[in-house]
Design a protein around this ligand. Structure first.
Ligand SMILES: C[S@@+](CC[C@H](N)C(=O)[O-])C[C@H]1O[C@@H](n2cnc3c(N)ncnc32)[C@H](O)[C@@H]1O
Length: 189
């Protein structure tokens, strides 16, 4: 097995970095990279980024190494994961880390990209409540029109908003910045 850095270089040279490589000016992505992630770094002790891709591997550089973890269910994208990477469904996170472990979670582009039904979303948010301590930060990035509004599904119960929903002209991608107001739930395992 080649070292991760070599695998990445080969994949990038073969042109896998297309989805955002050809949209360098996308305002929502710029917001994530220049506002949201630095804010998480400055406010959180330990951040989890859910869903890895060829265009997200460098986010690790924004964080001290011991304070940033990635997670993805798909083995094929583990190569884009951080040094601390969990290969598992986010719905099973507390099998891998104790309740309250992460005080910041970024769930961007995952609802509607594998977590599609209201039931799957509900299980995801239950688990996020377990992994976040009270006052933990959650960023939900999602595409309007791709699935129901998580807020209307009551998935944001137990969170309060930190600012208004962030929207971007001409884009369907939005961000909801949330703060957990609920004590961490027991794992039940
Ligand atoms: C659109 S991609 C990458 C999103 C990335 N977070 C971003 O900022 O663009 C969505 C990723 O979510 C992962 N995913 C889908 N369902 C998941 C689940 N239940 N648990 C963890 N990862 C999941 C997929 O394997 C895929 O790599």
């Amino acid at each position: 097995m080649l070292p991760k850095g070599v695998q990445r270089s080969l994949l990038l040279a073969w042109g896998v970095n297309r989805p955002y490589g050809h949209l360098p000016g996308l305002a929502s992505r710029r917001c994530l990279e220049t506002e949201i992630l630095p804010r998480m770094r400055d406010r959180c002790r330990s951040v989890l980024f859910v869903g890895t891709a060829s265009y997200t591997w460098h986010y690790e550089r924004l964080f001290p190494a011991d304070r940033y973890t990635t997670l993805d269910v798909a083995p094929r994208v583990a190569v884009w994961g951080a040094r601390r990477h969990i290969m598992a469904p986010v719905q099973e996170l507390t099998r891998h880390r104790p309740a309250g472990f992460f005080d910041g979670v970024v769930l961007n582009g995952v609802l509607g990209f594998g977590i599609d039904t209201p039931e799957q979303m509900r299980r995801t948010f239950d688990e996020l409540h377990r992994i976040l301590p009270p006052q933990g930060l959650l960023v939900v990035g999602w595409n309007t029109g791709r699935h129901e509004d998580p807020e209307e599904l009551s998935l944001y119960d137990g969170f309060e908003r930190s600012g208004d929903r962030r929207t971007f002209p001409g884009e369907t991608h939005v961000y909801d910045l949330l703060v957990s107001t609920r004590p961490a739930l027991p794992t039940g395992r």
